[in-house]
Structures are given as structure tokens and as C-alpha cells.
Ligand binder design. Structure first.
Ligand code: FEO
Length: 387
């Protein structure tokens, strides 16, 4: 696939993968992008996952015709992009590998080999291919410490490594935003500060096209994607709305969560999405919690602690710097309800959370008193809004 007269997408689609990074469900597969720039010198940008060696090498060969590549630029060493470095060097032994000091130390760790034919670059360094001048911009922790992105000033293309990627193979048509949010919050969400600093660096560049290592080529309305990244990495509310995340043992906590959802919808509150944390995609629930302004947590007490999926879910929020949101709690406990206290304790590591009263306490099942509390909670969730 052509991106410009002399920039080609040579990556692959993975429809066999079930879990990306061993944990994220990817029902629409995954794309591992790689690019080839054909100039007086030929550069390949990154390799692909280990299961696609032959297909990727064939893509390179077809695109090259009779030329040979001069450079392999390694922007990111996570194995979905680096696994074929040695396979490429075996086919094209004269290729120079371009990376930074951390890149080469990670290559040594992965392959137990020192690359001799290499160019070690610093932040801001350039390599000329002829018409194309490539500038390397370090982007530590977006998503690993060695990450660098690359700007081609000839076609004004930003090769953005993991940034601006999404889940999903490229031969499946799909809106960008939901799977890009789930990908971003899941994988890079913790590193908002570092993403902010990268956005600042690239704001000075004229960019026509963004080529990430996952997801489609972005070549129009780039301000839309960049402003979402700005919002996500600042942990700002993307949209007014309520996530209801519940776990339930015999269905009583679920009944309270669903009753609240019905009451909110009956008031005309549009954006309410409920997740059964034991059955629905927990990473979708985490991403939606970052998308919306309010989060309701409904959980039974279990072994004097929290039900396990709720515990895992909250850990997932805390790990990703969840903040600047409003929280409501529904707890259940037949003889000693503890869930609310434990939830508050776990969330005490998060900045700028506001708790919405009342905490609804069920003692086994909904009764008149707890139903009244759910009604009041509904009022208070709706209170401060223009929904
Ligand atoms: Fe797509 Fe951080 O690797």
C-alpha cells in the first residue's frame, strides 16, 4: 500500500491472535505496521511480530524490486515490532541498524548479539536518504524507554511508533476512536506526562500524515486525533457520562446496578454504560471509565475483602493514573459489608476524585431503604449536569 510516491506500508494483519500483550482481547485482530521509504537510500521502519516473518519479508522483496535496503530504523523494541530484526539481517546482511543506545542494549537482551553494522542516534539527529530527511525524536515511555519516533520532512509524515495506534487488523473497517481509546488507556494510559511532552515536541512540526505501528494511516483531520491524545494524556473527561461497573455473586448487587441504570435512563441521561466485570471486557470498562465523567462501582464484600474482579478493575484504574472523576459506590454484604471502605481505600491513591453520596449499602438484597438510597444517588448523579 502506497502512502506517497515512495513510502509504502509493508506491514501485516494478524487474525489469529486472541490476546494482545497476553491480556487485551482483540476480536478484530491486530495490525503490525512496517514501512519502506524508497529513495537514493532505502529505509525500512521497524519489523513485525514473529509469526509473520515470511509474509513481511515477501512484502519487502516485492516492494524493493531489485534494490536492497540500506537502513532498518528501530523505533520500538517491544517484540511485536522487533522480533524480525535478525531475520532481516540474515537476508540483507549489509543493512545498517539505526537506533539509540537503549535500543541496542535491548537488541542485545533479546537476541544475545551485538550489532556491528549500526548507527547510534541521539534525540533530534537526522539521516538523509536523498530527498527524504528523517529526524529522530525520542519519546521515552511512549511506550517503552527506548522509543523514538521519526519525522520525514519531505512528505511531512510522522512515523509515530505505538502512538495513534489502535486494536484491530487493517482489513476490517472500523471507527478509530473506541479501539484507539481502549488501546491507548490500556497500554499507554499510565504515561500521560510523557505523552504530553511528546505532543509538545511534535506540535512544532508540519504533519500531513501519521503512520503508527498499529492502526490505519491517518491523513486527514489530524487535529481530531491529536486533540483526543491531548485529552487522554491529560486525564481530562472526554465526554459527560456514567460508567457502571459491577460484580455480583447471586445477582443482587447486579439488580441494584441495573436499577440505577434504569433510573438514570428514565431521567433522560444518555451516556450510561454498564459492565459486568466478570463477563464483559474489563479493559473496555477501564477505558470507558476514563472516557466518562462519573463512575459507579457496585460490589459485594467477599472473604472480608472485595470481590476479585472489582479488585482487579480498581487496580487497573489506579495503575493508569485514574483521576479527575466523580465516584459513587453500591456495596453489598449479608453480615459485614466492607466493600465501600475497601473501594475508597484503594482509590485513595488517585488524585482529584469526588465521591457522590449516598453510599448505597445492601444487606443481601434491595429493600425499601436501599431502593430509596438508589433513588437519591440517581438524583445526585444527575444533579450537576447538563446531560
Ligand atoms: Fe506495539 Fe509497545 O508495542
Amino acid at each position: 500500500m502506497k502512502i506517497s510516491d515512495d513510502i509504502f506500508q509493508i506491514g501485516v494483519n494478524d487474525h489469529d491472535i486472541d490476546l494482545f500483550e497476553g491480556q487485551y482481547k482483540v476480536p478484530y485482530g491486530m495490525a503490525y505496521n512496517s514501512y519502506l521509504i524508497m529513495d537514493e537510500k532505502v529505509a525500512i521502519m521497524d519489523t513485525v511480530d514473529k509469526n509473520f516473518t515470511t509474509e513481511w519479508l515477501n512484502n519487502i522483496q516485492k516492494t524493493l524490486n531489485d534494490k536492497t535496503p540500506d537502513y532498518l530504523i528501530v523505533q520500538h523494541m517491544e517484540m511485536d515490532h522487533s522480533s524480525n530484526i535478525m531475520n532481516l539481517l540474515n537476508v540483507y546482511p549489509n543493512i545498517k541498524v539505526v537506533g539509540n543506545i537503549k535500543t541496542f542494549s535491548m537488541i542485545k537482551q533479546l537476541f544475545n548479539i551485538d550489532i556491528n553494522n549500526k548507527i547510534v542516534v541521539n534525540d533530534g539527529d537526522t539521516i538523509s536518504l536523498g530527498k527524504h530527511l528523517l529526524q529522530f525524536i525520542f519519546a521515552p515511555m511512549v511506550h517503552w524507554p527506548e522509543v523514538m519516533i521519526t519525522y520525514d520532512n519531505y512528505n511531512q509524515v510522522l512515523f509515530s511508533a505505538d502512538a495513534f495506534g489502535k486494536f484491530g487488523a487493517l482489513d476490517i473497517k472500523q471507527d478509530w476512536i473506541d479501539e484507539a481509546r481502549r488501546y491507548y488507556i490500556g497500554i499507554v494510559g499510565k504515561y500521560g506526562l510523557q505523552v504530553q511532552s511528546l505532543l509538545k515536541k511534535v506540535s512544532k512540526l508540519e504533519i500531513n500524515t501519521i503512520c503508527s505501528l498499529h492502526g490505519p494511516i491517518l491523513n486527514n483531520n489530524l487535529s481530531y486525533y491529536i486533540s483526543l491524545y491531548d485529552k487522554w494524556s491529560s486525564y481530562l473527561i472526554e465526554e459527560e457520562g456514567i460508567t457502571i461497573a459491577y460484580t455480583s455473586i447471586y445477582g443482587n448487587t447486579k439488580a441494584a446496578a441495573i436499577l440505577l441504570e434504569e433510573k438514570l435512563k428514565a431521567r433522560g441521561y444518555k451516556n450510561v454504560i454498564s459492565f459486568d466485570l466478570a463477563r464483559d471486557d474489563i479493559h473496555e470498562a477501564i477505558a470507558t471509565s476514563f472516557r466518562f465523567s462519573k463512575l459507579v462501582l457496585a460490589s459485594p464484600t467477599y472473604n472480608t475483602g472485595l470481590f476479585p474482579m472489582m479488585s482487579y478493575f480498581i487496580d487497573g484504574l489506579v495503575e493508569r493514573n485514574f483521576q479527575k472523576r466523580s465516584i459513587a459506590i453500591i456495596e453489598n454484604g449479608t453480615w459485614a459489608p466492607m466493600a465501600a471502605r475497601i473501594i475508597k481505600d484503594k482509590l485513595s491513591k488517585c488524585k482529584d476524585l469526588t465521591f457522590i453520596e449516598p453510599i448505597v449499602t445492601l444487606k443481601t438484597a434491595i429493600n425499601n431503604s436501599s431502593e430509596k438510597d438508589i433513588e437519591t444517588l440517581c438524583d445526585n448523579l444527575c444533579d450537576d449536569l447538563s446531560y
